[in-house]
Design a protein around this ligand. Structure first.
Ligand SMILES: NC(=O)CCCC[C@@H]1SC[C@@H]2NC(=O)N[C@@H]21
Length: 470
């Protein structure tokens, strides 16, 4: 099949009450069934509209706020998919498995691939090296059932985020792929997306066409809001990314999409209510065959390095605790180069109007990010400051009035993993309003001038400089 229909469901997960001690397995299942009741409705609707596959979010069945002890009744032993198992037809084959059975039946009864996030328990002998004191490994796990209800993929999250104390990191980094009539699929979970393994490796070394991405992503402006970064990752890597976020506005979790490098795609971002949302879209099964994607050699030509702002026009500012070098874009039109360590960034821009109460800056960062995880970044960014105070540049801003007639940004990145971001006022993407040229320049298209701009960024990852890179 050249095309397929994908779906994602952003689910407002029903959370467990705060627990000081573990609930019974029956109570745990009751809560998980409440969530699965809602997911099942989404599965039925998606299948009814012809979807081949649906992704549901990380933590979408049991929520969060667990300890190792309190997560226990929510876990099941999930076997390796090579056992060839349809839980819906043979529920007791590997012991108690009510959640796996229900998910498998959702897939089978609706003839649709179902992707979900559940907890895997693997018992171990406490005398074995690495076996936790409670005699079990707990894994944050993504599972995929095919349209016959067969378990076809199981992935244990490798890059656990802060606070996931209930889970263990698997000893080995897993690469999980499976083939379908509509292309090769890969899967990873949430924070994984910032690292080479398994995220970039699935594309570079295993040639997947589409990535399935259950997530529970807390939005963080200016560069790490879910729809902004996840759409940029799909574009930069040249693959489809089916991203299903959990919906919980208290924790800034919203923003899902069916992102593709080669077509305008649906996305969802809503901080105004607490309901779930289904997105469905047709996608190319092999986006790299048909798209304009090509590996980019990120070269800033020496001739482009000009108008380096000097002295008073340069200042430093913190953006997510990273020390950026900024210059203010004072004029309606301008062209600047600005450097930090090995990275030089270049901008050419024209504002459609100048608002005296809004300040925009162009910035560069080349260094190790060390807050909430350690990863090496090279970033060129143009953004609106929160106020007219220089110290506010790099802080979160959600609205703007300034429109740009055009802009072009580029940099001499030491990596080919550079993710292009453009974010408009009120957290909107800019489909069809920009492109990345063969020489690596991120350039606006005419449509950009109708919408006030929050930021535009080339977000580069130097995986080879990460502290944990092998
Ligand atoms: N649940 C997860 O594994 C992913 C959480 C990702 C959060 C992203 S990455 C670091 C930034 N800090 C945030 O609060 N949101 C961003």
């Amino acid at each position: 099949l050249e095309k397929f229909i994908g779906a994602i469901y952003e689910h407002a997960v029903i959370l467990p009450d705060e627990m000081t001690k573990p609930v019974s397995t029956q109570e745990a299942l009751q809560l998980m069934n409440k969530n699965m009741d809602i997911l099942e409705e989404a599965v039925k609707t998606a299948a009814g509209q012809g979807a081949h596959l649906i992704v549901t979010p990380e933590d979408g069945i049991y929520g969060w706020r667990f300890t190792r002890e309190t997560i226990n009744p929510f876990l099941e032993d999930i076997p390796d998919p090579n056992v060839n198992w349809i839980p819906c037809s043979d529920p007791e084959r590997f012991g108690r498995a009510p959640v796996q059975t229900r998910l498998s039946c959702m897939a089978k009864n609706n003839s649709i691939y179902v992707v979900a996030n559940i907890g895997d328990r693997k018992l171990c002998n406490i005398s074995d090296v690495g076996c936790p004191d409670d005699g079990q490994y707990n894994y944050n796990t993504a599972v995929v059932y095919d349209s016959n209800g067969k378990l076809v993929a199981r992935y244990h999250k490798y890059n656990l985020f802060l606070g996931e104390v209930q889970f263990n990191q698997p000893k080995e980094q897993e690469i999980v792929t499976f083939d379908t009539p509509f292309g090769k699929f890969g899967i990873f979970i949430c924070f994984d997306i910032l690292f080479y393994n398994p995220a970039a490796a699935l594309v570079v070394e295993h040639n997947v066409d589409t990535v399935l991405f259950p997530t529970a992503w807390m939005n963080l402006l200016p560069h790490l809001t879910a729809i902004e970064f996840h759409s940029a990752w799909a574009m930069g890597m040249g693959v489809n990314l089916l991203s299903a976020n959990t919906h919980n506005t208290e924790n800034r979790m919203t923003g899902s999409g069916i992102f593709s490098p080669d077509k305008v795609v649906p996305y969802y971002y809503n901080m105004k209510n607490e309901s779930g949302h289904l997105l469905i879209s047709e996608l190319n099964s092999h986006p790299r065959n048909s798209s304009t994607y090509y590996p980019i050699i990120w070269n800033l030509h020496a001739s482009q390095i000009k108008n380096s702002p000097s002295g008073s026009n340069i200042f430093n500012g913190l953006l997510f605790a990273d020390n950026y070098t900024f210059t203010e874009l004072k004029e309606l039109h301008g062209e600047y180069s600005i450097c930090q360590n090995d990275l030089c960034c270049h901008i050419n821009y024209t504002m459609a109007e100048k608002h005296s109460e809004e300040m925009y800056v162009f910035g560069v960062f080349d260094g190790l990010h060390i807050v909430e995880g350690e990863y090496y970044l090279q970033v060129c960014t143009m953004l609106k400051c929160q106020s007219m105070d220089f110290n506010s540049c790099g802080e979160s801003v959600e609205t703007a009035s300034t429109r740009f007639s055009s802009f072009s940004i580029s940099g001499n990145f030491s990596t080919s993993f550079v993710f292009p971001e453009v974010l408009l006022t009120n957290i909107h993407l800019a489909p069809n309003m920009f492109q990345v040229l063969k020489d690596g320049r991120l350039v606006s298209k005419p449509g950009i001038s109708s919408h006030p701009l929050l930021s535009t960024t080339l977000f580069g990852r130097l995986y080879q400089k990460d502290p944990n890179s092998k």
